[in-house]
Design a protein around this ligand. Structure first.
Ligand code: NAD
Length: 478
């Protein structure tokens, strides 16, 4: 297997487009901030997908045979390649996805891609000795590659989530076929092109296409596992289509994360973290704070502190360095947010900020919106908004807040906010969610496993626990 250790090239924005845009045909991708055409994306077919899976299947044994040390070197080399072309990748991501270059957005996402690759390369995964008796009886657990892994991703963090899927898969000796969201194929195609400068041929394929391509990947007989991040509805469809081949799945699905502000919290001290917990990536984040429960004693102070932070945070076109919030990525998501805020207004909720989109503004912008005095069963609270609109619900007792937080069928993340850390931890333990943060929401670390409970999915990503999900456990006993 030829691996490529020659000098890496720093690619420009035009280099990236030249590498991924088809000579003819394809589908126009527009900038959600301006409506301008970014480029045409190839429309691959299910036949292209089949060819990619076959090439990946043939490449897999040699890739596995390279061993952990060499694969880790190559993952670090892929991180070098991303860093060499980081600014061009960030610009394409910003234009296609809408997120600003600045703030915790496009440059941050590209940087996280390199960081996650390096962290995944560094984990130690050794066979585990399960039994080692005096009479010589021994059992060991080994972790073998699965084969070809399919990765299906969403449009909100298209590059970073692709890395979360491909890095552990490659590290464990699998080859990968990715199917990006039809809203953000250019970002993932460009990322794949950059990474492939460092990898042997056919180890990583990106097949850009529609839902039919995703369906084929999820049902493909030569694909051993699907890593899926996206909506709960699509996750359920993938569970069904995986049945015939008993495919393994890791499902990172939708969430509607609750935050509980306890009566001893300091509203001004927590306002910044609360704001970014809810509004990172303009609210289009799986584990963003989407329902805020605040104790009645400090309700008005929290509303005011949050409004002050929100009002000062600039939103606009991503390539303008002043902006740190952007548009919704697509019209369908803009309509969802618009309708949900309208439902809250119709029910008599109080809009503290925003809620008044400008019909003449180009792009899919919805203003930063805070909605107070809203009932827990209002659709703005009960439905994942996935946009820049946060409902703030008042509660009287902690028991009531915990009951409301646990009242939905999803459980990805949650947070508890307060000055007494032990008390906050005791409340955290009662919340049904895969991760509960204290005085923070959404902070992730490649060493710390992440996954949902209830209908937010199953399986873990990140850390050694995440690596094991990309492997077949094999026991050897003698
Ligand atoms: P989506 O489910 O609409 O689409 C995700 C991907 O699935 C796309 O690539 C799409 O083409 C593909 N797809 C659609 N139907 C398919 C099928 N039947 N079989 C196989 N593939 C199919 O999700 P989205 O709108 O792109 O993403 C937003 C959702 O993702 C939100 O609900 C959000 O909470 C969730 N999300 C979750 C996480 C997490 O880690 N839990 C992270 C990001 C986003």
């Amino acid at each position: 297997m030829t691996t490529q250790d020659s000098t890496l090239t720093a690619l420009t924005y035009d280099d990236l487009l030249a590498a991924i845009v088809p000579a003819e045909g394809g589908r126009e991708i527009t900038d959600p901030a301006t409506g301008e055409v970014v480029a045409r994306a190839p429309e691959h077919t299910t036949a292209d997908l089949d060819a990619a899976v076959e090439a990946a299947r043939q490449a897999q044994p040699e890739w596995a045979a390279l061993g952990h040390e060499r694969r880790s070197e190559l993952l670090n080399r892929a991180a070098d390649a991303i860093e060499a072309s980081a600014e061009a990748l960030a610009e394409l991501l910003s234009r296609e996805q809408g997120k600003p270059l600045n703030g915790p957005n496009a440059r941050f996402e590209v940087g996280a891609c390199a960081g996650w690759l390096r962290a995944t390369a560094a984990f130690e995964i050794e066979p585990e000795v399960l039994v080692d008796d005096d009479d010589g009886a021994r059992s060991e657990m080994h972790y073998r590659p699965l084969g070809v892994v399919g990765a299906i991703g969403p449009w909100n963090w298209p590059m970073m989530i692709s890395i979360w899927q491909l890095a552990p898969a490659l590290r464990m000796g699998n080859t990968v076929v990715m199917k990006p969201s039809e809203y953000t194929p250019l970002s993932v195609l460009a990322l794949g092109h950059v990474i492939n400068q460092a990898l042997p041929a056919d180890v990583l394929h990106v097949v850009s296409g529609g839902r039919d391509v995703g369906e084929r990947l999820a049902a493909h007989p030569d694909v051993a596992k699907i890593m899926f991040t996206g909506s709960t509805a699509t996750g359920k469809a993938i569970i069904r289509s995986s049945a015939d081949t008993v495919k393994r799945l890791t499902l990172e699905l939708g969430g509607n994360d609750a935050g509980i502000v306890l009566p001893d919290a300091d509203p001004k001290a927590i306002a910044q973290n609360l704001f970014w917990g809810a509004f990172i990536n303009t609210g289009q984040t799986c584990a963003a704070l989407k329902r805020l429960y605040v104790h009645e004693d400090i309700y008005d102070d929290v509303c005011q502190a949050l409004t002050e932070v929100a009002a000062q945070t600039p939103m606009g076109v991503g390539l303008d360095e002043d902006n740190v919030l952007g548009p919704l990525q697509n019209k369908a998501q803009l309509d969802i947010v618009t309708d949900l805020v309208q439902a809250a207004k119709d029910a008599g909720a109080r809009v503290l900020l925003g809620g008044n989109p400008d019909p003449d503004q180009p792009g899919y912008f919805y203003p930063t919106t805070l909605v107070a005095d809203v009932d827990n069963d209002n659709p703005l609270v009960a439905t994942e908004q996935f946009g820049p609109a946060l409902p703030i619900v008042k509660y009287s007792t902690v028991d009531e807040a915990v009951e409301m937080a646990n009242g939905l069928e999803v459980g990805l993340g949650a947070s508890v906010w307060g000055s007494d850390r032990d008390q906050a931890r005791a409340v955290a333990a009662r919340i049904e969610a895969g991760t509960v943060w204290i005085n923070n929401h959404g902070g992730i670390d490649p060493r710390v496993p992440f996954g949902g409970v209830k209908q937010s999915g199953y399986g873990l990503e990140f850390g050694v626990a995440g690596l094991k999900q990309l492997a077949a456990p094999q026991v050897i006993t003698y």
